[in-house]
Every structure is written in structure tokens, then in C-alpha cells.
Design a protein around this ligand. Structure first.
Ligand SMILES: Nc1ncnc2c1ncn2[C@@H]1O[C@H](COP(=O)(O)OP(=O)(O)OP(=O)(O)O)[C@@H](O)[C@H]1O
Length: 298
């Protein structure tokens, strides 16, 4: 495992920002760390990257304990913090050279990461002259400099325009084919576009840990149907692949099917065969967005 978090808690004064959380991330894998504002995402990332100490629990990154093997953890991790600490007066290469020296990285690697992050056309500029999106790329280039095994990215696509967004997402996806990427976001589409797995955090606690593939496959389909007349639940339970029928209101029924196949045509045929009229027929959205809302709403 590339990241192993066991029973981590973090308390700021009286506030518990992280409450006894545990999770693992493998390699290669791209995991989205999703949560509303203030959920504890940045706090967890700062602990993973040794910038902050926890109040309890253990963390291993790339097999190294963050407390007893801090240097090895730092060598294994590339970190893009939420507030990217760039020096605006420095030229891009100057900034990257400074960090390359710290890690003992060759000059060639600087050109490589500039190319990799699409910075080449802007490479002659000072950081202060760059747009927000390009500054974000400098941060990403910096995180990639020492070719780390684990990339920890705190809201990596903040401030990017739609074109840059696609480029950076593609870059992160390609990195994630060989390395571990753990990225935080509060944008659902981001997770859908890039991640293999999602961990949802709310108020310092993990409320879901699911593979995106399973989230789609296991999608229990719910069809909402309104007839013009009362129908016995037992009658509707005769529909194929049906697992549950709930009469929610008057002649409105929520029918759950254990399949991702669109079952509305079966309901339509059922109504026709039984001389019922359908007044409405819809699929209930059970996507990641719904899951997120259900798990993180107050
Ligand atoms: N240095 C600090 N001192 C006191 N409280 C803090 C500190 N840093 C974070 N917190 C609190 O801890 C909680 C978690 O904050 P954190 O920044 O980890 O959340 P987040 O999920 O990254 O939020 P966002 O999506 O808004 O960046 C918040 O309530 C925040 O106010």
C-alpha cells in the first residue's frame, strides 16, 4: 500500500477536524478525496505530507512512517498545497531549480516537468506574470520534480479554464497509471473524470469509500411512477428484477430494481397490460452527486 492511514485524529483547539479516520490507497491508483468546505481534506493532506502532526493514530506513506521516517516520506511524496506558495519575483526555471537543488534533481528533469505540465510557452516568464492556471501548473511541476511515487494534490484544478482543466486532468490521469495520486476536491465531476475511487469525508469522518466502477454498477435503479388508480404493492412486485415497492403518495410509487438497465419500458408495458394510465414515469438520480448530498447534507 502506498498510503496507510490508521485512526488519525486532529484537534485544533476545541475543534475536532479529523475524528479517528482510516483508509488505504494502493499503487497505481487515483483516489478522489471529496468533501464539503471545512470537512478536513486539507488537514488530512498536511498530515500525509508531514506538514502537520496528528493528535493520534499512525500514517505510512510508501511504506515509511511519517513520524519515524519523515525524510523518506518527503522524498516519496510530491505535494501541491491548496495555497501554492510561489515566489512571484522568481522566473519559473529559477523557482524549479531552487527546489531541484533541495532534492538533488538534475537540470534535465526541470525541462522535463516544464514540458510535462505544458509550461513551455510561458517558461521564460516570472511567476508573478503568469495567469492563475499557469501558476497552478508551476505548482504541479514542482510537485513532480523528484519523480515521487505518491502525489498529493489539494484541489489541483482550482482556477483553471475549461481547456486547461482538460489538459491537467489528462496529465493527472496519465501519472495515475503508474503512481499513486490522492487528490482533494469538492467538485463531483472532477472525481468522475479522473478517479478510480472516491473517499467522501464529512465533518472529519469518512462517510463513504467506493470504487467509481462499483458506484455505477451497484446503482440500484429507482423508478418513480404515478398511475391514475391504486395498485397493490404485491402486484408491482411481479415486475422483473424488482426488489422494493414503496407507495410514497396517493397513486405514486417508488419501485427499486436491482439492475442498471432502464426499466421504464417494463413499467410502461405493465401499465398497458393492466389497463392503467401512467401520469408520470421517471428515473430517480442515484449518481455520485446524490450519494454526496445524502452523505454530507446537514
Ligand atoms: N490552523 C487551524 N486552526 C484552527 N482551525 C483550523 C485550522 N485549519 C483548519 N481548521 C478547521 O478545521 C476544519 C477542517 O479544515 P480543512 O481546511 O482541513 O477543511 P477542507 O475540507 O480542506 O475545506 P475546504 O474545502 O474549504 O478547503 C475547518 O473547520 C477549519 O476551520
Amino acid at each position: 500500500m502506498s498510503i496507510e492511514v490508521n485512526n488519525i485524529s486532529k484537534i485544533y483547539g476545541k475543534q475536532k477536524a479529523l475524528n479517528n479516520i482510516s483508509f488505504k490507497v494502493g499503487k497505481p491508483e487515483i483516489v478522489g478525496f471529496l468533501g464539503p468546505n471545512g470537512a478536513g481534506k486539507s488537514t488530512m493532506m498536511k498530515i500525509l505530507t508531514t506538514y502537520l502532526n496528528a493528535n493520534g493514530g499512525t500514517v505510512k506513506v510508501n511504506g515509511f512512517d511519517i513520524l519515524t521516517n519523515t525524510k523518506a516520506v518527503q522524498q516519496s511524496v510530491g505535494y501541491l498545497p491548496e495555497h501554492n506558495p510561489l515566489y512571484l519575483e522568481q522566473y519559473i526555471k529559477e523557482y524549479l531549480s531552487f527546489n531541484a537543488n533541495i532534492y538533488g534533481v538534475s537540470k534535465n528533469r526541470i525541462d522535463e516537468v516544464i514540458e510535462l505540465t505544458g509550461l513551455t510557452p510561458e517558461a521564460h516568464k516570472k511567476i508573478g506574470e503568469l495567469s492563475k492556471g499557469y501558476r497552478q501548473r508551476v505548482g504541479l511541476a514542482n510537485a513532480l520534480l523528484h519523480d515521487p511515487e505518491v502525489l498529493i494534490l489539494d484541489e489541483p484544478t482550482t482556477g483553471l479554464d475549461p481547456n486547461q482543466l482538460v489538459d491537467i486532468r489528462n496529465l493527472i490521469k496519465s501519472i495515475g497509471t503508474t503512481k499513486t495520486v490522492f487528490l482533494s476536491t469538492h467538485i463531483m465531476q472532477e472525481v468522475e473524470a479522473m478517479c478510480d475511487r472516491v473517499i467522501i469525508i464529512n465533518k472529519g469522518e469518512i462517510v463513504a469509500d467506493k470504487k467509481l466502477k462499483d458506484l455505477r454498477d451497484e446503482k440500484e435503479q429507482v423508478v418513480i411512477v404515478e398511475f391514475d388508480y391504486r395498485v397493490e404493492d404485491a402486484f408491482l412486485l411481479k415486475l422483473p428484477k424488482v426488489s422494493k415497492v414503496v407507495n410514497t403518495y396517493d397513486f405514486v410509487y417508488e419501485i427499486t430494481f436491482k439492475t442498471s438497465e432502464d426499466m421504464r419500458s417494463y413499467v410502461f408495458d405493465f401499465a398497458h397490460d393492466n389497463e392503467l394510465k401512467i401520469l408520470q414515469l421517471n428515473q430517480k438520480n442515484t449518481s455520485l452527486e446524490t450519494l454526496f448530498r445524502e452523505l454530507t447534507s446537514v
